[in-house]
Design a protein around this ligand. Structure first.
Ligand SMILES: *Cc1c(COP(=O)(O)O)cnc(C)c1O
Length: 306
């Protein structure tokens, strides 16, 4: 399982594949399952785990094409822009970050990092930001910056799936269930694609209010041959008030989880994933004895502002 590290991972300092670890925790009913973790939070100290998976092949293409400029989108705390900003600095690519909202008076720690890494920040209002996938808007951005590579919000594009499927390829054994948080859908789509020929159920935990919307984001990212797969679902019961909301029960859960396991989590993504996992295990929704893999996607930088 020691795949050679590719040159890009080497330049960026991405860690090699890390074996799954058993989660030993006294959640109600957990004795009926085998609960494992894939620690993508350990891939890199700065580049957030699943953002690396989603960006890997876009960055490889940028390197091969000698791209000088990348344009991408995100909120003021975006793990995607943060990961991309660090990678662009290392690869000597100019990042133009289009940011929802004007943070110029009070830049978040994430934006301060981007500035330190020489990214150009472009603050736009919500209406402009809403055009981020609009072909006419993207054509104008492209015309203003010929040769620039445009990467969608969250890094979620078809090219992202290949990097995410590598998570599945690295696994040392078969799991009946894989659970991961969902926001822009690329991670879940990659897991669905990666498990297409395995008898594995993929469950996305929605971290925002997006019933129906998240399902269509994911299915639009899937290639035709996997669009009809039924090996996946999105659970909408654990957004806990919406994106980046951190109600008391979630904050308390995260503190207790970290104290019990020494594994760092944050409330925006991994906290909701583990919270949901505890509840679903308590409810006994999985077949007794099942091996369940929880994907720790990283994202700890985002919690600096909370
Ligand atoms: C972006 C992010 C997610 C969500 O992944 P999507 O591919 O956008 O659905 C999950 N966890 C962390 C830590 C993230 O930064």
């Amino acid at each position: 399982m020691s795949a050679p590290i590719d040159p890009l991972s080497h330049i960026l300092g991405i860690a090699g594949p890390c074996a799954e670890q058993r989660l030993r925790i006294d959640w109600p009913n957990s004795e009926n399952y085998q609960i494992w973790l894939k620690r993508d939070d350990l891939l890199h100290p700065i580049i957030s785990g699943n953002k690396w998976r989603k960006l890997k092949y876009a960055l490889l293409a940028a390197q091969q094409q000698q791209t000088k400029q990348i344009i991408s989108f995100g909120g003021g705390f975006s793990n995607h822009l943060h990961a991309l900003g660090y990678a662009c600095a290392k690869l000597d690519i100019q990042l133009n970050a289009i940011i929802r909202g004007n943070y110029s008076a009070h830049p978040s720690p994430m934006l301060a990092d981007l500035t330190r890494w020489h990214a150009k920040l472009h603050y736009v209002d919500r209406n402009t930001y809403r055009q981020r996938d609009d072909p006419a808007y993207l054509a104008r951005l492209q015309a203003d910056s010929p040769g620039a590579m445009i990467i969608p919000e969250g890094g979620s594009q078809y090219l992202a799936l290949r990097g995410v499927t590598e998570i599945v390829n690295e696994l040392s054994t078969h799991y009946e269930h894989i659970l991961a948080p969902v926001a822009s859908g690329g991670t879940l789509a990659g897991l669905i694609q990666g498990t297409a020929h395995l008898d594995t159920q993929v469950t996305g935990i929605a971290v925002l209010k997006g019933q129906g919307y998240l399902e269509s984001l994911v299915s639009e990212l899937l290639p035709n041959e996997t669009k009809n797969l039924h090996n996946w679902q999105i659970n909408h019961d654990y957004h806990l008030g919406g994106y980046a909301k951190n109600p008391l029960q979630l904050a308390a859960f995260c503190a207790e989880f970290q104290a019990q396991t020494q594994i760092p989590i944050e409330p925006v993504y991994s906290g909701k994933l583990f919270y949901a996992a505890r509840e679903l295990i308590k409810q006994g929704v999985f077949t007794p004895g099942a091996k369940i893999l929880l994907l720790h996607t990283g994202g700890l930088q985002g919690a600096r502002a909370l």
